[in-house]
Ligand binder design. Sequence first.
Ligand SMILES: NC(=O)c1ccc[n+]([C@@H]2O[C@H](COP(=O)([O-])OP(=O)(O)OC[C@H]3O[C@@H](n4cnc5c(N)ncnc54)[C@H](O)[C@@H]3O)[C@@H](O)[C@H]2O)c1
Length: 340
Amino acid sequence: MTQQAPVRVGIMGFGQTGRQIFEFASHSDDIEVVAIADIGKPEILQYLLNSEVEQPERHRLEGNFLVNERCRARLMEIDRPAEMPWDIFGVDAVIDSTGKYRDRESMESHLGNGAPRVLLRTLPTDHIDRIVIPGINEASASVDDRMISAGSATTSALALLLHSLAPEFAIECGSMTTIHAFTSDQALQDYAGSDFRRSRSAAKNIIPNNHEASLWLGRILPDFDGKILTSALNVPVQEGCLLDVNLVMADSAVEVEAVNEAMRAAAARHPGIIGVVEDPIVSSDVIGNPLSLLFDTKGTIKAGGNTIKTLSWYENLGHAARLLDVVRLYKQLDQQQEAA
Ligand SMILES: NC(=O)c1ccc[n+]([C@@H]2O[C@H](COP(=O)([O-])OP(=O)(O)OC[C@H]3O[C@@H](n4cnc5c(N)ncnc54)[C@H](O)[C@@H]3O)[C@@H](O)[C@H]2O)c1
């Protein structure tokens, strides 16, 4: 059998997610990162990458190229999609993980510069071709999709939980709070920003936040449109997030063990995406976990007859892994079209 050429990926935004994607690709035989655009200088980007990977000696800087035995990626100091010449690098897809360019216009700039597809690391701010969440709606992906989002880590975790429980229980409504590690757009010390609470120190506060998952959930799971409220509490933890979900069921006699059993079955159906933990873990135990959702059976409790509260863990790494799963999905669709 002939070896397939690796998928050629460009990354815009070499932050935590961009570096995780690069590290995954560096250990794969089917993805090659060929170009990276960021506002950071090449030396700093390599320094940050090497400070967090297991084998820093693998990643060398050769001029403006970040090199290891799997990838040779050109580092470009660029701050706008419109300036990045993706066509020079012959990319199959671009992953925008800046967190900054989430609108159609920016995605069109990537496409206009020679990226056949652009995949957002997070939710979009306006209408795009598709939101694909591995484990839920891969089958809806079309070879014609050009502007794609793989949701956010939190949105994916919530959607996977609801998607797993919905076939077993009639869920009337609910609420989700993510107890979320602080993110790089928060200030370490009090610092005037555009939002009152987010202007307070991330290092010493629990900071209540809106969460936009509810705005997009209906696009991923139409049955839940308008039924789930979502919010976030950013806490002084660097990695590891906890999804706290309360669900009101139509059935007046829902059992905790039935909910746990439904999640064990979902984990068996979706290995590598959903997991179940029976041990009494805490947030640092999920650092480095590449799942999208780790359901905590000890966290399931019941109030009254039909209100169930669940706890599930996740972290950014799982989302980076899913982004590459989505890149592979579209490559398969391209190959099927070529073969047809
Ligand atoms: N990590 C999380 O848990 C999390 C959760 C929700 C949302 N987000 C958001 O998603 C985005 C990406 O996540 P991340 O953790 O990788 O963030 P990050 O801040 O670590 O990385 C963002 C990267 O994009 C680069 N960048 C910023 N503006 C740019 C521009 N104009 N042009 C080119 N590069 C630019 C930065 O230099 C940085 O390397 C961020 O906005 C973050 O706030 C992150």
